[in-house]
Design a protein around this ligand. Structure first.
Ligand SMILES: [Zn+2]
Length: 176
């Protein structure tokens, strides 16, 4: 009986340690912002609003909305953390996966998705190739001016245009 109790306490303590570790990881890596009124110069701010829609609403249960997006559970339990001197709560937590966050100890936004458009998104990433540039070194006309002469915007556009394999296929098959 005593052994069983001890075992139970050890398991419970391990569970609490794990939760504390996860809590600290979320605090370090998975808090969005602060943005909005508290920090208008945050990079997520577009036209005076957070482009990622933070802070989210408190949510009693995880649901899938009518557009097929998950709305994750966010407890309104009064817990807050300080980020850049600003107090934020569960409404600012970016959705994560506990196993991946614990393993990689980095910002990994993980969300359930179930839309046919995700297929296009996935294949775009696989096929778009790496970033590339074409550079030209040209002398100035008289050797003193810093302004290049005769800028041909059409040629610049064509030279800089990059067609990925997926876009090329799209055009070959004459899709609109
Ligand atoms: Zn934001």
């Amino acid at each position: 009986m005593v052994d069983e109790e001890l075992h139970f306490k050890t398991v419970l303590r391990r569970k609490n340690d794990a939760n504390e570790e996860l809590y600290n990881l979320v605090k370090t890596h998975m808090i969005h912002g602060p943005c909005g009124f508290a920090n208008r110069s945050s990079p997520c701010m577009k036209d005076g609003k957070c482009s990622k829609y933070f802070p989210k609403q408190f949510q009693p249960e995880t649901i899938v909305d009518q557009d097929g997006f998950p709305v994750y559970k966010r407890r309104d339990n009064g817990h807050t953390v300080l980020k850049n001197g600003i107090q934020v709560d569960n409404r600012n937590v970016v959705p994560y996966n506990a196993k991946l966050l614990t393993k990689y100890q980095a910002h990994i936004n993980m969300e359930w998705c179930n839309q046919s458009t995700s297929i296009k998104y996935l294949f775009k990433y696989i096929n778009k190739g790496y970033d590339r540039i074409t550079a030209d070194i040209v002398p100035n006309d008289d050797g003193t001016s810093n302004q290049p002469q005769n800028i041909d915007e059409i040629k610049q556009y064509i030279d800089c245009r990059y067609v990925s394999p997926s876009e090329a296929s799209w055009r070959i098959f004459s899709f609109p």
